[in-house]
Design a protein around this ligand. Structure first.
Ligand code: AMP
Ligand code: MG
Length: 404
């Protein structure tokens, strides 16, 4: 049985990222992975401008050589978007935040430090140069690299691109991913259940949990525990997708054919990882299509998706898959972790006065979809310690970090 780190390395190391690219409009690019390095086509800000509402003046103006108060004539106004076009040698120009600094001015005095009369403005102190000014290129220099190939475009990158006037970006095409559920007992909600059958829930959960990943995730339906049907369906789907995800049928039961079928169509790269839940996780490929075989129990399916499939999708999509964020939290109740596998219990963490606290969300059976109720993290417990007492510090993986 592989340890989780080794399984992750083998899985991600074996993935050849998508190479096909497309050029799309920036407003359509949220969540997509950049296929090019991008340099700023302009300086930001594009011109020296004021950081305050106040007065632009010239510190070389002879008026400052006298004694305070200093009375300067107001000779113009510079608004954001409507600059004052003259040249300032003496006097003051009324100026507002974001407005261009007039030619000749070398500082801005905040209006809080000024008194305005009908024609003049009065200051009590000599100004120093370069105050409250945002010089051209201060935020971003024209020609400097702002994004790198492989970056995922979040709200911030889109805003940044817009601020630079960039209209289109080259991104990787989204990998096509198909999701199957397998199991004779599974029926879609809306159908009547015969004795021994259950409603199928993994496809919907897995597709929904992938909603923010840079991929096209398609529901391919439910397959029976039937070798011939599995063989035909997986073989056909592998030709049309970059990755297939199945749930169920990868354990050691007599009707668990999925792994065996993938071996006849392609290969299994590894099977079984020392984690709980999710031990039967299998990874392989059918031709150029990656195969991710998740166990059928809902908690196992989601945990293995978060730990393995989500980073595999990011890597396949041309992006980065850094190790998930792990932080310490104080355990609020005692728990008994697995003795032999890294345990990933569903938990809820919260910010308290003395830091993060966490408690598991009830009973942790891998069949229990209810263990996700209120859960916002996985509590990671290494094997070897029988009981983790209340008050001990444990590692948690917030869902927010796992889902990017
Ligand atoms: P398996 O991995 O096929 O041995 O299934 C393990 C358990 O998970 C069994 O109790 C199945 O009935 C259940 N199960 C498998 N697939 C699903 C699914 N898609 N939705 C809900 N439960 C499932
Ligand atoms: Mg099954």
């Amino acid at each position: 049985m592989l340890r989780i780190e080794e399984a992750r390395q083998r899985l991600l190391g074996g993935i050849a990222p998508i190479t096909e690219t497309e050029r799309i409009a920036v407003p359509d690019a949220l969540g997509r992975i950049l296929a090019e390095d991008v340099s700023a086509p302009v300086d930001l800000p594009p011109f020296d401008n004021s950081a305050m509402d106040g007065y632009a003046v010239n510190t070389q103006d002879p008026v400052w050589r006298g004694a305070p108060p200093f009375a300067l004539q107001v000779i113009g106004t510079s608004f954001a978007g409507r600059p004052w076009h003259g040249k300032l040698t003496r006097g003051a120009v009324r100026i507002f935040t974001g407005a261009a600094i007039p030619n000749g001015a070398d500082t801005v005095i905040a209006q809080e430090d000024a008194e305005h009369t009908d024609t003049h403005v009065v200051f009590n102190k000599t100004p120093s140069p370069n105050r409250h000014m945002r010089p051209v290129g201060d935020d971003v220099k024209k020609g400097s690299q702002i994004f790198a190939r492989g970056d995922q475009l979040r709200a911030f990158e889109l805003g940044w691109a817009a601020a630079c006037g960039i209209e289109t970006l080259s991104v990787f095409t989204r990998p096509k991913i198909g999701v199957f559920a397998t199991g004779d007992e599974l029926r879609a909600p809306g159908t009547a259940l015969a004795y021994g059958q259950i409603f199928e829930s993994n496809r919907l959960m897995l597709r929904s949990v992938s909603a923010n990943l840079p991929a096209h995730v398609r529901d391919l339906g439910i397959l029976s525990d039937d070798r011939a049907q599995l063989h035909a369906a997986l073989g056909r789907a592998a030709q049309q997708h970059d990755m297939l995800i199945t749930s169920g049928g990868v354990s050691v039961g007599e009707s668990d054919y999925v792994r065996n079928v993938v071996e006849t169509l392609g290969s299994i790269e590894f099977w079984r990882v020392a984690i709980k839940p999710g031990k039967p996780f299998a990874s392989g490929r059918i031709g150029n299509c990656l195969f991710m075989g998740l166990p059928g129990n809902p908690a196992s399916a989601v945990v293995t998706f978060l730990l393995f499939v989500a980073p595999a999708i990011r890597t396949l999509a041309g992006g980065h898959a850094p190790a998930p964020i792990e932080v310490d939290a104080m355990l609020d109740v005692a728990i008994e972790p697995s003795a032999t596998r890294t345990d990933f219990q569903r938990g809820r963490y919260s910010q308290q006065r003395d830091g993060l606290h966490v408690a598991p969300t009830g009973s942790q059976g891998s069949n229990r979809i209810g263990s996700f109720r209120d859960a916002n993290c996985l509590i990671k417990l290494e094997p070897g310690v029988n009981v983790r007492a209340s008050g001990e510090r444990v590692s948690i993986l917030p869902f927010a970090g796992l889902l990017g």
